[in-house]
Design a protein around this ligand. Structure first.
Ligand SMILES: Cc1ncc(C[n+]2csc(CCOP(=O)(O)OP(=O)(O)O)c2C)c(N)n1
Ligand SMILES: [Mg+2]
Length: 578
């Protein structure tokens, strides 16, 4: 197979030749990967240009981490790997956090990074942006590959796609040495080397015996509970999941990104009675949800003393018994598993015990009623509830809007207050509780779905990706960012008793984030009351213009670490002295 640089080829032959640049473009297009989230530079600038010229949408960000978070959430929303493209060493490292985040959250993503001269890197002779990227990526993602020869690009891309989406999805690293792009080969042989991946994420059908075992346990329950995780939302088996949950009649609890799989206002939704159902349930069926810290590992005081049986539905067999005994593991993809449940349940499935469902309903109504007046308060400065009450109504009126949410109080309170009505309409910090996903997710969410985005951001959280408001303006995206500006992390009231430096958790007081948006031609609004906030958000969603609303929140309103202050370590010494 002829291979070399264009310079070595006789000028007349180039008609029948292709190169690494074009093979990579063709391989991506052949597999329907037509959007790339990118930051250009050596050695991938020309590749980005050529990809754009070839009809791929190449969106350039201001920082690779944000491009990476965009790719990760694109994967979640589409079930196809989201593609992030970066330069070598520092660009690669900037993208790596998002790749690890994608893997932890089970989002399919491919990080493609250019890399420097192999021979020099391996001898550590100090090349431009020298780094053994493959070795570093390996420990932080599901799979990592390097393509050294143009004729292997087709196979390399195919492997990356399969690794990202099959089984439990995750992040894949594809190392693309600079020399690869310029390699030339016969065009016909190049075409033949490409692979269109067939059935990239094969269905994984659960064993009938496992399905029966799970249904037997569920049927035996006096106080059943179904927990839906973002794995269930990812599956895009929305109708089957709804039919199954409704057929069981059991209360269900959505994890934050599973909200909207069934509407939060559904009569079986136990979101507003979370502590009651976790404590009192006797059988818990988890569907695409893991028993990690977000569910207190399935034990401890949140789960009460009553003995419980756990049923777990997950594509990853290793997930079973991760924290507590799973009496009925069901391994398979969520769509196939839920369909198997529906088929095996047949016509005869009694309703959930009425005593239980009415107790949950009563608790839920009590909590909702308690919350209602707080959400209607007109306090100035605004508190979280007054501002969130406004946003809750707006999402109710515009249920197709995608909510992006990060922060501490801004996250924890918005998660509880803002009801979601449709699947995959709430995107947030995920398994790690990571700050910085905001603007990347906002860009990808609207690019991938066409729906407008409402990004509800703590002022600290926003800062991690704030420069991407320029990106939002540049591509003229229908994104409305609302910053809950309480002058700091958790609160804006901390004081440093030791010297003149500000306390570690506070920011410039009275900052005007809205001016940032205006700097790039977007709409900026400073909102000091619930009414101003309502008008500004509605105007933004009507106009679809890039908008940033600086919502002025009482600096004293928040609490340390939002709802997870208990995770802060306490000194035994302090306790002794107290
Ligand atoms: C990458 C990353 N760095 C740091 C943190 C720690 N952290 C958790 S929440 C938070 C910011 C909370 O402040 P803000 O976004 O303003 O929300 P508020 O509670 O003030 O509403 C930080 C820095 C994190 N979760 N992720
Ligand atoms: Mg804050």
């Amino acid at each position: 197979m002829p291979e070399g640089t264009a310079k070595n080829m006789a000028a007349g032959d180039t008609q029948d030749l292709t190169d690494g640049f074009h093979l990579l473009i063709d391989a991506l297009k052949l597999n329907g990967l037509t959007t790339i989230y990118n930051v250009p530079g050596i050695p991938i600038t020309d590749f980005g240009r050529m990809a754009q010229a070839a009809g791929i949408r190449v969106l350039s960000f201001r920082h690779e981490q944000n491009a990476g978070y965009a790719a990760a959430i694109a994967g979640y929303l589409t079930k196809k790997p989201g593609v992030c493209l970066t330069v070598s060493a520092p660009g690669f490292l900037n993208g790596l956090t998002a790749l690890a985040h994608a893997t932890t959250n089970c989002f399919p993503m491919i990080l493609m990074s250019g890399s420097s001269e192999r021979e020099i890197v391996d001898l550590q002779q100090g090349d431009y942006e020298e780094m053994d990227q493959l070795a570093i990526a390996k420990t932080l993602c599901k799979a990592a590959y390097r393509v050294l020869h143009a004729q292997d690009i087709g196979i390399g891309v195919a492997r990356a796609i399969r690794a990202a989406v099959s089984g439990r999805p995750g992040g894949v690293y594809l190392d693309l040495p600079a020399k690869l792009f310029g390699q030339v080969m016969n065009a016909e042989a190049g075409r033949k080397s490409l692979v269109k991946v067939v059935d990239a994420a094969p269905a994984q059908i659960p064993a009938p015996s496992a399905v029966k075992r799970a249904l037997d346990v569920l049927k035996s329950a006096k106080r059943p509970l179904i927990i839906l995780g973002k794995g269930a939302a990812y599956a895009q088996a929305d109708d089957a999941i709804r039919a199954f949950v409704e057929k069981t009649g059991a209360p269900f609890l959505p994890m934050s990104m599973a909200k909207g799989l069934l509407p939060d206002t559904h009569p079986q939704c136990a979101g507003a009675a979370r502590s009651t159902v976790l404590k009192d349930a006797d059988v818990v069926m988890m569907i695409g949800a893991r028993l990690n810290w977000l569910l207190s590992h399935g034990k401890g005081k949140n789960w009460g003393d009553a003995p419980k049986k756990f049923i777990q539905v997950d594509i990853e067999p290793k997930e079973m018994d991760s924290n507590v005994e799973i009496v009925a593991p069901v391994v398979g993809d969520i769509g196939s598993c839920v369909q198997a449940f529906l088929d095996a349940m047949g016509g005869k499935w009694g309703p959930s015990p009425a005593e239980w469902t009415s107790a949950v309903k009563a608790k839920r109504e009590e909590n909702v009623a308690k919350m209602a007046p707080r959400l209607m308060n007109n306090n100035i400065p605004m508190d979280y509830h007054g501002a969130l009450g406004v946003l809750r109504t707006i999402i109710k009126e515009r249920p197709d809007t995608i909510l992006v949410n990060e922060g501490a109080n801004t996250l924890d309170l918005a998660r509880g207050v803002i009801d979601i009505y449709k699947p995959r309409k709430r995107l947030d910090v995920g398994t790690w509780g990571v700050m910085g996903i905001g603007m990347g997710q906002a860009v990808a969410a609207t690019v991938e779905t066409g729906h407008p985005v409402l990004a509800v951001e703590g002022d600290s959280a926003f800062g991690f990706s704030g420069m991407e408001v320029e990106t939002i303006c540049r591509y003229d995206l229908p994104v409305c960012v609302v910053i809950f500006n309480n002058n700091g992390i958790y609160r804006g009231t901390d004081v440093n008793a030791a010297n003149a430096d500000p306390a570690t958790t506070v920011f410039v007081k009275g900052a005007r984030y809205d001016k940032m948006m205006e700097a790039f031609g977007g709409v900026g609004v400073n909102a000091t009351s619930p009414d101003e906030l309502r008008r500004a958000v509605n105007a933004a969603l009507d106009s679809r213009k890039p908008t940033l609303i600086n919502a002025v929140i009482d600096p004293a309103a928040g609490s340390e670490s939002g709802r997870i202050g208990n995770l802060n370590p306490q000194s035994a010494l302090k306790k002794k002295q107290a």
